[in-house]
Design a protein around this ligand. Structure first.
Ligand SMILES: Cc1cc2nc3c(=O)[nH]c(=O)nc-3n(C[C@H](O)[C@H](O)[C@H](O)COP(=O)(O)OP(=O)(O)OC[C@H]3O[C@@H](n4cnc5c(N)ncnc54)[C@H](O)[C@@H]3O)c2cc1C
Length: 382
């Protein structure tokens, strides 16, 4: 469903590349703790990063559904390589839509080529869910903006080339009004990063970014001053649908491998699949994964039609990450003792997908978004 001949061809090419080039290094990249820039460039050369961007930005101007197909296939091979692709689409859309043209022309062709990584820096130490309470200070001094403060929990903080930073340029102490966004090269003087010891996503890494009197040229402002929440943050609907597909891609791969296993492995003189406690459980997860996938594709389809999709995107962000976690958990258990070992990929997948029940907005916040769309903000104030 939703797929024409071009999308089917793209899926086949991406799947072949992902199986041959990406899947074999999934565990090794976890040990190295860094994203493979060579692989990223190969993905870029194949047009697999942000193909929805226009030609001048290095994209192909196709529908966002193309990125949906790509992320599913990449995440089947390596959940984390999909992360780089999501950042490409999210930041690509923000920079293409809101950066000054000369800035976008400098950064986007490198982003789509896989030569640079741009992270997104919204969360602060006092809390991420109440994003409008952010405090990072941004003041004008001559031709520069000067940044002071800390962003925390930022994916790829210490291996990015630039960051999209949300900061308070107005006098208000809190609230969406007065929040601006800047594209900030990570090599500017005054920037320091740290890395956390996380449960999963080791080759992505998460950490803080400290800004100590960092001078950012004026033309790096994204959108209008004080309008970042209204303008720039709309891109999150797109990344939420992609995150859903990323998690489900990893879940689908786990299911496919487990169907093969239960057909081959025997207990009590029967293949495991003969026991309905096994095959019906797998059939249930298979059904839910397919249903959740269609939900995410619908969000992308609505976006491509220029129709509202915030509700569907929020649904795609809370259910699929949870469902993927539960699916992979069941697949691990069905592999018995071997599923618990690092020789098989299930334990790594389980740790990797877990983070996205929190990252990019928690399940609770997504449900608030959905509830507000049904009954209005005044009836769901928090
Ligand atoms: C793997 C991962 C990657 C991340 N990557 C990035 C990134 O690249 N950039 C970035 O800016 N941030 C990133 N984050 C941070 C993430 O966006 C925040 O962790 C998230 O928004 C929640 O904020 P918090 O952790 O401060 O929790 P808090 O806001 O302190 O919330 C704590 C708990 O309370 C619940 N809660 C809060 N308010 C409500 C409410 N109104 N109703 C019901 N429950 C509520 C939350 O759901 C949560 O369970 C990442 C996080 C993770 C885990």
């Amino acid at each position: 469903m939703f797929e024409n001949e071009d999308l089917i061809a793209l899926r086949d090419t991406t799947r072949r590349f992902a199986r041959e080039k990406i899947a074999p290094g999934y565990a090794a990249r976890e040990k190295s703790g860094i994203l493979d820039r060579g692989l990223l460039k190969e993905m870029g050369a194949m047009g697999l990063i942000a193909p929805e961007l226009p030609d001048w930005a290095g994209g192909s101007g196709v529908e966002t559904m193309y990125s949906g197909v790509i992320i599913e296939e990449i995440a089947k091979a390596d959940f984390n390589m999909g992360y780089a692709q999501i950042l490409g689409s999210l930041e690509g859309q923000i920079v293409a839509g809101f950066a000054r043209r000369e800035v976008a022309e400098e950064w986007l062709p490198k982003l789509t080529a896989g030569e640079v990584i741009i992270n997104i820096a919204l969360t602060e130490p006092q809390g991420g869910s109440d994003a409008a309470a952010l405090k990072l200070k941004m003041t004008r001094d001559g031709d520069d903006w000067v940044l002071n403060g800390e962003k925390t929990s930022i994916s790829m903080a210490d291996q990015s080339d630039a960051t999209v930073v949300f900061a308070r340029s107005g006098d208000e102490k809190r609230g969406a009004s007065g929040v601006s966004a800047l594209l900030v090269p990570m090599n500017l003087p005054g920037i320091k990063t740290t890395r956390f010891e996380d449960l999963g996503q080791h080759c992505i890494g998460r950490g803080s970014i400290f800004f100590d009197n960092v001078r950012v040229p004026r033309n790096m402002l994204l959108g209008d001053e004080g309008q970042a929440f209204r303008q720039v943050m709309q891109g999150f609907d797109f990344s939420r649908a992609l995150i859903g597909l990323q998690c489900l891609g990893t879940a689908r791969q786990s299911l496919d491998e487990t169907w093969v296993f239960v057909k081959e492995r025997e207990a009590f003189g029967q293949p495991l699949s003969a026991f309905q406690g096994v095959s019906h459980r797998l059939a249930e997860f298979d059904t839910k994964v397919e249903a959740a996938r269609l939900l995410c594709l619908q969000a992308l389809w609505l976006k491509d039609q220029g129709r509202p999709h915030t509700t569907e995107a929020a649904m795609s962000k809370w259910w699929p990450p949870l469902l993927a976690y539960e699916t992979i958990h069941a697949c691990l258990l069905m592999h018995g003792h071997s599923g618990y070992s690092r020789d098989l990929p299930f334990e790594q997948r389980l740790r990797d997908v877990l983070g996205l029940q929190i990252g990019d907005g928690t399940s609770q916040i997504m449900k608030t978004v959905i509830a507000r769309s049904r009954v209005g903000r005044e009836f769901v104030p928090y």
